[in-house]
Design a protein around this ligand. Structure first.
Ligand code: PFF
Length: 456
């Protein structure tokens, strides 16, 4: 691959928004609330934020510096910086994780398209909470509808990917991200003002540590890596398109802050609303699809037009946030096939889109037709989610931190963090300490704790 011809993002703003676009998505608005609901609320959030700060930030900065230095796809990056060693297997694991996540994530992204249609045709009007639950269950177990939406969603991702880095990825993120933020803030206000919303606010703010079981640590850690798009080389691939002037530490702090803020705000939309209509917080993946239609109905009882506009806007923005994330997963694999196997981007993208469609269909059917097929009590969809978020991403993150902390030449690390000595880096020592000891020990401890060999 010719280094000089490699694409780059056009501006610093584009860099932050594209990276935040990858990070912010269903992970924040769909997965974070249901993990919080399943794991007891405020205590989970505290552990989650600790994971973001102690593990997420050092790993994100490492992915950035490895990616920008190598200027290659995730497997190629390890080839370049550690030629002749087995490190490229870590890159390959990242490519595989991205492919699995892309497949099941697109199923949920497809659900958001169905909900756009529901909102546009005003089908939420007059339904009760019980009816929202039954119609959602009927929809996801239908063998056709979710699959059609899944295919359309993957097609949209494909079309942006073939347009390339600057015109496709950067431009779409610049338009979509600010809109999403504004609508989220408005919805928080609506949700906390619903009658009975206080119980939801309390659930989010008052930690009850008696609910913290061993699995909570693994869930919080997995969620942190998933939400920050870490551990599978996604931000590493994006960083390979950063130019030499981008301040990596600052960019990582901006992306981490935006991502965490959006997740917590999503909690403030979902839980006050759920408690207000008597929906239990531990509903799993269906949580946002059954609580939010209620919010739109009840927040503006006297002004149905506002209910309508908010519902449409919200699902459009949710679909868009999912799209900026699926684009980033697709890009990891496209860049890999394009650079390592010399396929054209178009051809590489076609192979990935086709493959993700097949796996996505399997995941989608596991909510209906094949729901009886389970492994360790999980259907295919849950299994993909568990294996990626709770095993592959933490292992990928562990490898990234060991690679940057122990293997990479210290001059490379320093040059990348300080942009060849032109920037100050006050936490350099702390950063190296975190990579060498803190992150690996914490990740291993969470795994060992989960296996029951040791308990926090
Ligand atoms: N971070 C994304 C989200 O929170 O929705 C999900 C994600 C994006 C996971 C990119 C993995 C990835 F490579």
């Amino acid at each position: 691959m010719n280094k000089a011809k490699r694409a780059t993002f056009g501006s610093k703003m584009g860099v932050v928004l594209a990276s935040a676009g990858s990070a912010v998505g269903l992970g924040n608005i769909w997965r974070f609330p249901y993990e919080t609901g399943n794991n007891g609320g405020a205590a989970f959030i505290l552990i989650y934020v600790a994971c973001v700060i102690a593990m997420g930030m050092p790993v994100m900065i490492s992915e950035f510096l490895i990616g920008r230095r190598a200027r290659a796809n995730v497997a190629g990056a390890y080839h370049r910086l550690a030629a002749g060693t087995p490190w490229h297997w870590v890159g390959l694991m990242g490519v595989l994780a991205c492919f699995l996540i892309l497949s099941y994530y697109s199923v949920v992204a497809g659900w958001t398209l169905e909900y756009i249609v529901e909102a546009v045709t005003n089908r939420f009007a007059g339904q009760t909470s019980a009816e929202f639950i039954t119609s959602f269950d009927a929809f996801i177990s239908n063998p056709w509808r979710p699959i059609i939406w899944l295919l359309l969603f993957l097609l949209a991702t494909h079309l942006i990917i073939v347009k390339g880095v600057e015109k496709g990825i950067e431009r779409s993120a610049k338009i979509m991200m600010p809109g999403l933020f504004v609508i989220i803030l408005l919805l928080v206000v609506c949700s906390v003002m619903l009658p009975g919303a206080e119980a939801g606010v309390e659930f989010l703010l008052k930690p009850d540590f008696s609910k913290v079981t061993s699995g909570v640590f693994l869930s919080a850690m997995g969620q942190a890596f998933f939400s920050l798009s870490l551990g599978m080389g996604c931000l590493m691939t994006y960083a390979s398109y950063f130019n030499k002037r981008v301040n990596l530490t600052k960019t990582a702090f901006s992306v981490g802050t935006i991502d965490t803020l959006v997740a917590i705000l999503a909690g403030f939309i979902i839980f006050p609303a759920a408690f207000s209509v008597g929906i239990q917080p531990d509903q799993g993946p269906k949580l946002i699809f059954i609580t939010l239609p209620n919010v739109f109905q009840q927040a503006f009882v006297g002004a149905p037009i506002l209910s309508y506009v908010f519902a449409v806007l919200f699902y459009v923005l949710l679909a868009v946030a999912s799209l900026t994330s699926t684009i980033s997963m697709h890009e990891v694999i496209t860049a890999y096939l394009h650079e390592e196997f010399k396929l054209t981007r178009r051809k590489a993208a076609r192979i990935i889109t086709g493959g993700a469609m097949v796996l996505g269909i399997l995941c989608s059917l596991s909510w209906g037709l094949t729901s009886g097929f389970t492994v360790f009590g999980m259907n295919t969809f849950d299994l993909f989610d568990y294996v990626t978020a709770k095993i592959m991403l933490p292992m990928g993150a562990l490898c990234v931190s060991v690679f940057a902390g122990w293997h990479l030449d210290r001059h490379i690390v320093r040059d990348e963090l300080t942009n060849e000595g032109t920037l100050k880096h006050s936490f350099y020592r702390l950063f190296i300490f975190a990579l060498k000891y803190l992150v690996p020990i914490l990740i291993v401890a969470v795994f060992v704790n989960e296996l029951g060999l040791f308990s926090f």
